[in-house]
Design a protein around this ligand. Structure first.
Ligand SMILES: [Zn+2]
Length: 273
């Protein structure tokens, strides 16, 4: 029985790719229409493949995908924005790779998430905009990513006693996803609580509640910038190690990967269908 193919068009950012077989690649994409998906780029490693240049990580593309029983197959690719400056220095590559890695770790192939897609595209645009503080752009990205994936940290009320946080030095407890007032920080069993100065907390709250342009008006000094990074890294690490391993769908994905064979190398071409 012939396989049925039908074509769809998606807009995507290429997250990463892995070699497959002799000349193919499996691409991980974050799409506007379907969230994170994987697709097969056939023969893209052959010299002069017309599609290859469009399929490098960080590239914003329009893709034609032919559905197949296994992974969808990329039949056409057109670049919307290459984001070339993101590949021009090790620092820029590092920033863009971090953005992608975080998104990849926080998402599964679970359908559309337009907020995340828009955040990803805008973050790349911001990282290549001259004059913007890249570190602040990254902190803004982390805060929004946490929002859009359901891990928004509590920064205005003590997570233990619920009182409104006052402008003074506090603690941040990654395991509970928020700030502890000084009293609770001292009194409760707050192992793993990280001290946070009132200024670093003020900047984090500013990023959390402000639109991007407004958020960029903050100018934390190097000390507070490092502190913000440390707090967010502590929380992101905690969520990735603990929080994301809990949901049932993870176990389902793992089980699926164990029981389902990898896609065959010679997935039929949609040509002529
Ligand atoms: Zn408290």
């Amino acid at each position: 029985m012939p396989r049925e193919f039908h074509s769809i068009t998606v807009e995507a950012i290429v997250l990463k790719h892995a070699d497959w077989g002799e000349a193919d690649r499996i691409l991980t994409l974050f799409t506007r229409q379907q969230g994170k998906i994987r697709a097969l780029g056939k023969s893209v490693r052959k010299i002069r493949s017309r599609r290859a240049g469009h399929l490098e990580p960080f590239t914003h593309v329009t893709l034609q995908l032919a559905k197949s029983r296994d992974l969808p197959i990329i039949t056409q690719a057109e670049t919307i924005q290459a984001f070339a400056p993101l590949r021009e220095s090790l620092v820029a590559i590092g920033h863009a790779s971090y953005v992608i890695e975080l998104l990849d770790k926080f998402t599964y192939e679970e359908g559309e998430n337009l907020s995340l897609f828009t955040l990803l595209v805008k973050t790349f645009e911001r990282l290549i905009t001259p004059g913007l503080d890249a570190q602040l752009v990254l902190r803004f990205y982390e805060i929004r990513l946490l929002d859009y994936t359901g891990f928004r940290p509590e920064l205005t009320h003590c997570i233990a006693c619920g009182t409104t946080i006052q402008p003074e030095d506090q603690f941040f407890l990654p395991g509970s996803g928020g700030v502890l007032c000084p009293r609770c920080g001292r009194e409760t069993d707050a192992r793993g609580a990280i001290p946070i100065t009132k200024d670093a907390l003020k900047y984090l709250r500013h990023l959390q509640r402000s639109a991007f342009t407004e958020a960029m008006r903050a100018h934390p000094g190097p000390e507070h910038a490092r502190e913000m990074e440390r707090i967010l890294q502590g929380y992101l690490t905690y969520v990735l190690e603990r929080g994301l391993n809990v949901p049932k769908f993870i176990r389902e994905v793992n089980r699926k990967m164990e029981t389902e064979p990898a896609p065959p190398h010679d997935t039929p071409s949609p040509r002529g269908q």
